[in-house]
Write a protein that binds this ligand. Structure first.
Ligand code: FAD
Ligand code: N01
Length: 538
C-alpha cells in the first residue's frame, strides 16, 4: 500500500463507496482475497438506510428472518430478531453488530463523502476524490451508494421563511424530535409517511396530512416472533435462504402458494384475499398472485378489494374517499402499515387533499394551499428519494475518453446487468439500475451482486487481467431486455419512482429489472460461467 498523509493520497486495490449492507458485505468478501480495500462513507457509522431513516415508525417490510445476511451461518444462528418486521433501531443495531463481529470499521472512513471518481486509462486506476480533499487511487471502484439514499430535497417555495422546525424523514435527527403537544404537518403519503403517521398522531397534539396521491396499504400485522418461530427458522435457515435465492422476490420463508386470481370464482377470490389480508405484509398480499401484476382484470379485482377495506375502516366517508386510490395496485410500491387507515378516525388527525388544492407556499407560520392558510410548529417532509440513479449521479463520475456518467445516462440509466457500465472499466454498481434491486428482498439482491463482483475480481487477479468492461452490444441487448420485460407489466403504467416520475425532469425509464431474482441470478451465473460473455477483458 502506498500512503502519504501529507499530500493526502492513498493507493488501494479497491475503493467501495457506502457502508450500508452492500458496502459492508463487499468489504468482508474482498478481504478474503487479501486486497487492500477501504470504504468511504458519508455517515458517521454503518447501516446506510437504517442510519439515516430514523423517523417514527420506521421498520422493514420484508420479514426480518429474511431481511438479514445469509452469508454467515454463525451470524444467522446467533442473532435473534424480536419482531416479524423489526424496527429501525434493531436493524441498525444488527448492522453495528455485523461491523463489530467482522471488525469492519477499521477499514471504513466515516464522515467522508465522495465528490468525484475518474478513470485514468493510462494507469488503469480510478482516482476518487472526497470532501476531505483526499485522493484515492484504486484498481476497482465499487459503488454501494444505495438506491434510496439520495433524498429529494424539499423545494417548496418559501421554505426558508418558515419559523417553526422542519424535518425530512430520510434524514431524521439522531436525538429524535419532541412532537408532544405540537401542531404537526406531514407532506407525502408514501411508505415513509404511512409508517410514521400513526406513530406521530399518537404523540402530536394535532397532525395534518397533506396528500397528493393516495396509496394502497396492507396491514403489516407485525408482532413479536414466538420462540417456536425462531427455532423453526433457525433450524431451517439454509433451506429458507436457498429457496429465497430462487424466487422472483427473494423471499423463501412464509412464501404463500402462487396462483392466478382469475382462476378462482368470485367467492374464492374474496376468501383468498381476506386470508392474505389477515396474514398481512405486502409480500403475502400480492406477489403470490401471478396475474395481478400483468392482467388488468386481476389487478382491478385486488384493487377494489383494498378500496372496500379502506371504506370499511375509515369512518368519515369524505376522508375515506380521499384516501382511496384509483390507480393500478402494486404499480407504485405497495405499503405495509400498522393502523394507517385507522389513524384517520382519530380526532387529532386531519387529511388535506392537495391534489385538488395544491400547496402554494410555505409561510412564516405554516403553509398555504390554494384554499386555506395553516399554522404549524413542525413540518415533516416524507417526499421520497431520487431513487436508483440519484446517489450515483450526485458524484461526478468520468469514465474512459472523458465520458461523464451524467451524460451517458441523460436519457436514463444504461448498464449491463445493472452491474457494470460500458465506458467505465473496473466500475461496479451494487443493486444498480438494470438489476432486480428494489423489486426484491434487497438483502438477497445485495448478496448476489457482492458475490458476483467478488468472483469477477478474483478471476481477473488470478488470470492477471487488469481491465473489465461490458461491450456496447451486450449493454444494448440487456437494456432492450429490461425494457421489454417491464413493458409487459402493469407496473410500467403509473407515475412511480420506479420510472423516475417523482423527480421533475427525470427521464421516464423503468429502472429496475422486473424479470425476477431467480431468472436474473441464473443469467448472471451463465454469463460468468461462459467466460464473462458480453464483457471485454484485457
Ligand atoms: P444504503 O443502505 O442506502 O447505503 C448506501 C450508503 O452509501 C449510505 O450510507 C450513504 O451515506 C452512502 N453514500 C451514498 N453516496 C455517498 C457518497 N457520495 N460518498 C460517501 N458515501 C455515500 N429493502 C428491503 O428489501 N426490505 C425492506 O424492508 C426495506 N425497507 C426500507 C425502508 C426504508 C425507510 C428505506 C428508505 C428503504 C428500505 N429498503 C428495504 C431498501 C434499502 O435501501 C435496502 O434494503 C438496503 O438497506 C440498501 O443497502 P445499501 O447498502 O445498498 O444502500
Ligand atoms: O417516498 P415515496 P417514501 N408535493 O416516493 C409525495 C422504501 N421504503 O420515502 O405520489 C406534495 O414513496 C408523493 O406524492 P405523489 C420503499 O421502497 C420502505 O415514502 O408523488 N407531495 C408521495 O406521497 C418506498 O417505496 C419502507 O403524488 C409530494 C410521497 O411524497 C421508498 O422507500 C418505508 C411532493 C413520497 O413517497 C420511498 O418511500 C419507507 C410534492 N412536491 C420507505 N413530492 C418500508 O415500509 C413528493 N410528494 C419497508
Amino acid at each position: 500500500m502506498l500512503q502519504n498523509e501529507n499530500i493526502k493520497y492513498k493507493t488501494l486495490d479497491v475503493v467501495i463507496v457506502g457502508a450500508g449492507f452492500a458496502g459492508m458485505y463487499m468489504l468482508y468478501k474482498l478481504r478474503q482475497l487479501n486486497l487492500d480495500v477501504e470504504i468511504l462513507e458519508r455517515a458517521s457509522d454503518v447501516g446506510g438506510t437504517w442510519y439515516w431513516n430514523r423517523y417514527p415508525g420506521a421498520r422493514c417490510d420484508i420479514e426480518s428472518i429474511e431481511y438479514s445476511y445469509s452469508f454467515s451461518e454463525e451470524l444467522q444462528q446467533d442473532w435473534v430478531w424480536s419482531n416479524r418486521y423489526s424496527d429501525q433501531s434493531e436493524i441498525l443495531s444488527y448492522a453495528g453488530h455485523v461491523a463489530d463481529r467482522f471488525d469492519l470499521r477499521k477499514d471504513i472512513n466515516f464522515d467522508t463523502s465522495v465528490k468525484s471518481a475518474k478513470y485514468n486509462s493510462d494507469l488503469k486506476k480510478w482516482e476518487i476524490i472526497t470532501n476531505c480533499n483526499k485522493k484515492y487511487f484504486a484498481n476497482f471502484c465499487i459503488m454501494a451508494t444505495g438506491t434510496l439514499s439520495s433524498i429529494k430535497e424539499p423545494d417548496f417555495n418559501g421554505l426558508n421563511k418558515f419559523e417553526g422546525d422542519w424535518y425530512v424523514t430520510g434524514r431524521w435527527p439522531h436525538d429524535g424530535v419532541d412532537l408532544k403537544g405540537k401542531n404537526v404537518a406531514i407532506i407525502g403519503t408514501g411508505s415513509s409517511a404511512v409508517q410514521s403517521i400513526p406513530v406521530i398522531a399518537e404523540e402530536a397534539k394535532k397532525l395534518t396530512v397533506f396528500q397528493r396521491t393516495p396509496n394502497y396499504s396492507i396491514p403489516a400485522n407485525n408482532r413479536p416472533l414466538s420462540k417456536d418461530e425462531i427455532i423453526k427458522s433457525k433450524s431451517n435457515y439454509s433451506k429458507i435462504r436457498e429457496k429465497a435465492r430462487y424466487t422472483r422476490a427473494g423471499v423463501g420463508y412464509n412464501q404463500y402458494p402462487e396462483k392466478k386470481i382469475l382462476d378462482l370464482t368470485e367467492d374464492e377470490r374474496i376468501e383468498e384475499l381476506n386470508k392474505r389480508w389477515g396474514i398481512g405484509g405486502q409480500e403475502v398480499f400480492l406477489s403470490g398472485f401471478t396475474d395481478v401484476g400483468s392482467e388488468q382484470e386481476a389487478n382491478d379485482f385486488a384493487a377494489e378489494f383494498v378500496r372496500l377495506k379502506i371504506r370499511e375502516i375509515v369512518k368519515d366517508p369524505r376522508t375515506a374517499e380521499i384516501l382511496t386510490p384509483q390507480n393500478t395496485i402494486g404499480c407504485k410500491r405497495l405499503c405495509a402499515d400498522t393502523n394507517y387507515f385507522e389513524t384517520y378516525n382519530r380526532e387529532n388527525v386531519e387529511l388535506i387533499d392537495i391534489n385538488s388544492s395544491p400547496i402554494t407556499t410555505i409561510t412564516q407560520e405554516g403553509l398555504s394551499t390554494s384554499e386555506k392558510n395553516y399554522n404549524f410548529d413542525i413540518i415533516i417532509f416524507a417526499t421520497g428519494f431520487d431513487a436508483m440513479t440519484g446517489a450515483l449521479l450526485s458524484i461526478d463520475i468520468t469514465g474512459k475518453d472523458n465520458i461523464k456518467l451524467s451524460n451517458k445516462w441523460k436519457d436514463g440509466p444504461r448498464s449491463y446487468l445493472g452491474l457494470c457500465i460500458q465506458g467505465f472499466p473496473n466500475f461496479f454498481t451494487i443493486t444498480g439500475p438494470g438489476s432486480p434491486s428494489v423489486l426484491t428482498n434487497m438483502m438477497v439482491a445485495i448478496e448476489q451482486h457482492v458475490e458476483w463482483i467478488y468472483e469477477c475480481i478474483k478471476k481477473l487477479n488470478i488470470s492477471n487481467k487488469k481491465e473489465i468492461e461490458p461491450a456496447i452490444s451486450a449493454e444494448n441487448n440487456w437494456m432492450d431486455h429490461v425494457e421489454e420485460v417491464a413493458s409487459n407489466t402493469l407496473r410500467y403504467s403509473c407515475n412511480s419512482w420506479y420510472v423516475g416520475a417523482n423527480v421533475p425532469g427525470k427521464k421516464r425509464v423503468f429502472m429496475p429489472y422486473i424479470g425476477g431474482q431467480d431468472v436474473y441470478r441464473k443469467k448472471c451465473k451463465d454469463i460468468s460461467n461462459n467466460d464473462y460473455e458480453g464483457f471485454i477483458i484485457n
